[in-house]
Design a protein around this ligand. Structure first.
Ligand SMILES: [Zn+2]
Length: 139
Protein backbone atom coordinates (compact mmCIF):
# COMPACT_ATOMS: atom_id res chain seq x y z
CA UNK A 1 0.00 0.00 0.00
CA UNK A 2 2.95 2.31 -0.46
CA UNK A 3 4.01 2.95 3.11
CA UNK A 4 7.76 3.50 3.17
CA UNK A 5 9.62 1.17 5.48
CA UNK A 6 11.05 4.21 7.21
CA UNK A 7 7.62 4.88 8.72
CA UNK A 8 7.66 3.19 12.08
CA UNK A 9 4.34 2.91 13.88
CA UNK A 10 4.30 4.79 17.17
CA UNK A 11 2.65 1.87 18.91
CA UNK A 12 4.39 -1.33 19.72
CA UNK A 13 1.09 -3.06 20.40
CA UNK A 14 -1.22 -2.38 17.49
CA UNK A 15 -4.20 -4.24 18.87
CA UNK A 16 -4.03 -2.72 22.33
CA UNK A 17 -3.96 0.81 21.02
CA UNK A 18 -1.70 3.68 21.90
CA UNK A 19 -0.75 5.13 25.22
CA UNK A 20 1.17 8.28 26.00
CA UNK A 21 4.16 6.07 26.56
CA UNK A 22 4.10 5.12 22.91
CA UNK A 23 5.09 8.61 21.90
CA UNK A 24 1.77 10.34 21.42
CA UNK A 25 1.63 13.98 22.44
CA UNK A 26 -1.29 15.31 24.50
CA UNK A 27 -3.64 16.16 21.67
CA UNK A 28 -2.85 12.96 19.75
CA UNK A 29 -3.63 10.97 22.90
CA UNK A 30 -6.85 12.86 23.70
CA UNK A 31 -8.16 12.45 20.18
CA UNK A 32 -7.19 8.87 19.36
CA UNK A 33 -7.59 7.27 22.78
CA UNK A 34 -10.24 9.43 24.44
CA UNK A 35 -12.41 10.34 21.47
CA UNK A 36 -11.60 14.02 21.74
CA UNK A 37 -11.80 16.65 19.04
CA UNK A 38 -9.12 19.19 18.24
CA UNK A 39 -10.16 22.82 17.87
CA UNK A 40 -11.18 23.81 14.35
CA UNK A 41 -8.37 25.41 12.33
CA UNK A 42 -5.88 24.33 15.01
CA UNK A 43 -4.61 21.11 13.49
CA UNK A 44 -1.73 20.40 11.18
CA UNK A 45 -3.63 19.22 8.10
CA UNK A 46 -6.90 21.13 7.63
CA UNK A 47 -5.19 23.38 5.06
CA UNK A 48 -2.67 20.81 3.82
CA UNK A 49 -2.57 20.47 0.04
CA UNK A 50 0.37 18.13 -0.54
CA UNK A 51 -0.12 14.86 -2.38
CA UNK A 52 0.22 11.76 -0.28
CA UNK A 53 -1.43 9.22 1.94
CA UNK A 54 -2.77 10.01 5.40
CA UNK A 55 -2.04 7.16 7.79
CA UNK A 56 -3.09 6.47 11.37
CA UNK A 57 -0.79 8.29 13.80
CA UNK A 58 -0.95 5.27 16.10
CA UNK A 59 -0.37 2.29 13.82
CA UNK A 60 0.46 3.73 10.36
CA UNK A 61 -2.57 2.06 8.78
CA UNK A 62 -3.33 3.92 5.48
CA UNK A 63 -6.62 5.81 5.94
CA UNK A 64 -7.15 8.50 3.33
CA UNK A 65 -5.54 9.68 0.11
CA UNK A 66 -4.97 13.34 -0.70
CA UNK A 67 -6.92 12.56 -3.90
CA UNK A 68 -10.15 12.53 -1.89
CA UNK A 69 -9.31 15.48 0.40
CA UNK A 70 -11.33 18.61 -0.20
CA UNK A 71 -11.88 22.01 1.35
CA UNK A 72 -14.93 21.67 3.55
CA UNK A 73 -14.48 25.02 5.27
CA UNK A 74 -14.85 23.37 8.68
CA UNK A 75 -11.26 23.72 9.88
CA UNK A 76 -10.71 19.96 9.97
CA UNK A 77 -9.17 17.82 7.24
CA UNK A 78 -12.08 16.42 5.24
CA UNK A 79 -12.26 13.57 2.75
CA UNK A 80 -15.09 12.09 0.72
CA UNK A 81 -13.86 8.50 0.84
CA UNK A 82 -11.43 6.28 2.79
CA UNK A 83 -8.43 4.94 0.93
CA UNK A 84 -9.76 1.35 0.92
CA UNK A 85 -12.55 -0.85 2.19
CA UNK A 86 -11.85 -1.66 5.80
CA UNK A 87 -9.37 1.18 6.25
CA UNK A 88 -11.77 2.68 8.80
CA UNK A 89 -14.69 1.33 10.80
CA UNK A 90 -17.91 3.20 11.62
CA UNK A 91 -19.64 3.28 14.99
CA UNK A 92 -22.78 4.91 16.28
CA UNK A 93 -21.94 7.77 18.67
CA UNK A 94 -24.70 9.18 20.87
CA UNK A 95 -22.60 11.53 22.95
CA UNK A 96 -24.00 14.90 21.92
CA UNK A 97 -27.79 14.63 22.05
CA UNK A 98 -27.92 13.43 18.48
CA UNK A 99 -26.52 10.37 16.86
CA UNK A 100 -23.36 10.83 14.90
CA UNK A 101 -21.24 8.24 13.18
CA UNK A 102 -17.81 7.88 14.68
CA UNK A 103 -14.89 6.89 12.47
CA UNK A 104 -12.12 4.71 13.89
CA UNK A 105 -8.97 3.19 12.49
CA UNK A 106 -9.76 -0.21 10.98
CA UNK A 107 -6.55 -1.65 12.36
CA UNK A 108 -6.02 -0.29 15.90
CA UNK A 109 -9.44 1.23 16.71
CA UNK A 110 -8.04 4.73 17.32
CA UNK A 111 -10.69 7.47 17.22
CA UNK A 112 -10.25 9.55 14.07
CA UNK A 113 -13.32 11.75 13.72
CA UNK A 114 -16.86 11.52 12.35
CA UNK A 115 -18.58 11.04 9.00
CA UNK A 116 -21.49 13.16 7.81
CA UNK A 117 -23.84 13.01 4.84
CA UNK A 118 -23.14 16.49 3.48
CA UNK A 119 -20.02 15.74 1.46
CA UNK A 120 -19.38 16.23 -2.25
CA UNK A 121 -20.12 13.76 -5.03
CA UNK A 122 -19.50 11.02 -5.92
CA UNK A 123 -19.89 9.69 -2.37
CA UNK A 124 -21.87 12.47 -0.70
CA UNK A 125 -19.88 11.75 2.45
CA UNK A 126 -17.77 14.09 4.57
CA UNK A 127 -15.18 12.28 6.62
CA UNK A 128 -14.34 14.97 9.16
CA UNK A 129 -11.01 13.97 10.66
CA UNK A 130 -8.73 15.27 13.39
CA UNK A 131 -5.25 16.21 12.19
CA UNK A 132 -3.95 14.81 15.46
CA UNK A 133 -5.07 11.32 14.45
CA UNK A 134 -3.29 11.47 11.10
CA UNK A 135 0.20 11.43 9.72
CA UNK A 136 0.79 12.50 6.12
CA UNK A 137 3.20 10.42 4.05
CA UNK A 138 4.00 12.76 1.18
CA UNK A 139 4.45 11.34 -2.30
ZN1 LIG B 1 -4.50 2.85 13.71
Amino acid sequence: MGIPESIIPLCAALILGCSKNDGLNDIQYKVTQRGGTERAFSGQYWDEKSDGDYVCVCCANPLFSSDTKYESGTGWPSYWQPIADGAVTLHSDRKLFRTRTEVRCGQCDAHLGHVFDDGPQPSGKRYCMNSAALSLIKR
